[in-house]
Design a binder for this molecule. Structure first.
Ligand code: UD1
Ligand code: MG
Length: 447
């Protein structure tokens, strides 16, 4: 049976008090709308239709071709919002799943239950409800004497008796396609001037058609985000969910409460994450690594058997058996080959450190290429910037750069060369040559 989906995301999100559209606010590093898209993706046949409105351009730009967007010019309510998708979905057979873009914790398993229930339902729709004592502004579910759903009443219109009802409308529905479009148009405007999607329930029931309900027992899944308090609740629940997933797949966390992992990060088994560690963006970590404490790893690919201690890295690649830190920084374009040892207070940017390179203490390496097994002495600096342009430093294999050497780029240092402590190297150095002094001069061939 064909299943299509609509995600409502046109609302203003006024209570976020933000210049950023609500559905683009990140939860564990990913805009909340992405979770809604991900949740429907596995069982919907086509791309989801996303109804955008407020900040439509910015939202559409972010969504790109992941979805089919449709614009709701004026936000006249959730019923009106769904109607905007009619032109795209009318005429198909099958089912239409409708969810809201601000409920990132709702899982695809729950939505699948909704779809399965509707497949077995003789009536035109199934809705998702949850039992909870704190209604958080949700619509209340009114059931009849037989215990089946009669209607939904919005909080603003509810009587005191209705307000006391603890079964709440989550805001996810599965409809028969043709029936949805016929009945959406029959929804009357509410006292608030909006067309409530929720009024469609009563339309079905008065017509003698059964509305089925899936009752969810996990309230945490249903948290809708309307303000920054809700955002922080969603963030910590999502973090817990992500951490549990990685621990159950073989990652040790010494203190899960202070371990922050973005939704798109991947980690392999037998890696240990120490406290106060944040893995962000598109980071991947290999097997048997020890990361942290105190590390912020962003968009970085780390291989197997690496140790990273008190480090900040961004857009870097680290191969296997590499040691970084304590107190190390990798910036964009840093590439550390297998067996590199990068000790304390080092910074690497736009540079390739070949296999086995050692830079133990206090160095800055920028726009450089360093050959296999070269040793970078304490306090070495690549002087890569002349005030206008960046220049490259190329250092060969098995080179020994003495402590406190200034390498004034552009510069080539041949294989097997050596610099004396405190040298300021301004001219290329031939292979197997020792240079010393300021400016550095060759004094002998080493081999
Ligand atoms: C809605 C439900 C309520 C439910 C609650 C769960 C209705 C009438 N009420 O109320 O029963 O308990 O969600 O969170 O549906 N939107 C549009 N266009 C509009 C209006 C809203 O796209 O014109 C989108 C919003 O961006 C949001 C979603 O629809 O993603 C829900 O709208 P919101 O205003 O948050 O509805 P609630 O008052 O929370
Ligand atoms: Mg809401």
């Amino acid at each position: 049976m064909k299943i299509q989906s609509i995600i409502l995301a046109a609302g203003q999100g006024t209570r976020m008090k933000s210049d950023l559209p609500k559905i683009l606010h990140p939860v564990c590093g990913v805009p909340m709308i992405d979770y809604a898209i991900e949740a429907v993706k596995s069982f919907c046949d086509d791309k989801p239709v996303v109804v955008v409105g407020h900040h439509a351009e910015e939202v559409q730009k972010y969504l790109g071709n992941k979805v089919t967007p449709v614009v709701q010019q004026q936000q006249l309510g959730t019923g009106h919002a769904v109607l905007q998708a009619e032109g795209l979905l009318l005429g198909s057979s099958g089912l239409v799943l409708v969810t809201y873009g601000d409920m990132p914790l709702l899982t695809s398993e729950t939505l699948a239950r909704l779809v399965e229930t509707q497949k077995a339902n003789s009536g035109p729709m199934t809705m998702l409800t949850v039992m909870h004592n704190n209604p958080r502004g949700f619509g209340r579910v009114i059931r009849n004497n037989q215990g089946t759903v009669d209607r939904i009443v919005e909080e603003a219109q509810a009587t005191p008796d209705e307000l006391a009802i603890t079964e709440l409308n989550v805001g996810a529905y599965c409809f028969q396609n043709a029936w949805l479009w016929d009945n959406l148009k029959k929804i009357k405007v509410s006292p608030k001037g909006e067309y409530y999607l929720t009024d469609i329930v009563e339309l079905a029931v008065t017509n003698g058609q059964a509305v089925a309900a899936v009752v969810l027992d996990n309230f945490n899944e249903t948290i809708g985000i309307n303000n920054r308090l809700h955002l922080s609740e969603a963030e910590s629940l999502m973090r817990k969910r992500i951490n549990e997933k990685w621990m159950l797949s073989g990652v040790t966390m010494i203190d899960p409460a202070s371990t922050y992992i973005d939704a798109n990060v991947t980690i392999s088994r037998d890696t240990t994450l120490a406290p106060n560690t944040s893995l962000q963006g598109n980071t991947s970590i290999g097997e048997r690594c020890h990361i942290g404490p105190g590390s912020v790893i962003k968009d970085t690919k780390i291989g197997n058997d690496c140790v990273v201690l008190y480090a900040v890295t961004e857009s870097a690649v680290v191969e296997d058996h590499v040691e970084i830190g304590p107190f190390a920084r990798l910036r964009k374009g840093a590439y550390l080959s297998s067996g590199v040892h990068m000790g304390n207070f080092g910074e690497v940017k736009d540079s390739v450190l070949g296999p086995g390179v050692k830079m133990g203490h206090f160095s800055y390496i920028g726009n450089a290429q360093i050959g296999t097994d070269t040793n970078i002495g304490a306090g070495t600096i690549t002087c890569n910037y002349d005030g206008k342009n960046k220049h490259k430093t190329v250092i060969g294999e098995n080179v020994f750069i003495g402590s406190d050497t200034m390498l004034v780029a552009p510069l080539n240092i041949g294989d097997g060369a050596k610099t004396g402590a405190g040298s300021v190297v301004t001219k290329d150095v031939d292979e197997n040559t020792l240079v010393v002094g300021v400016p550095a001069k060759p004094i002998k061939k080493i081999k």
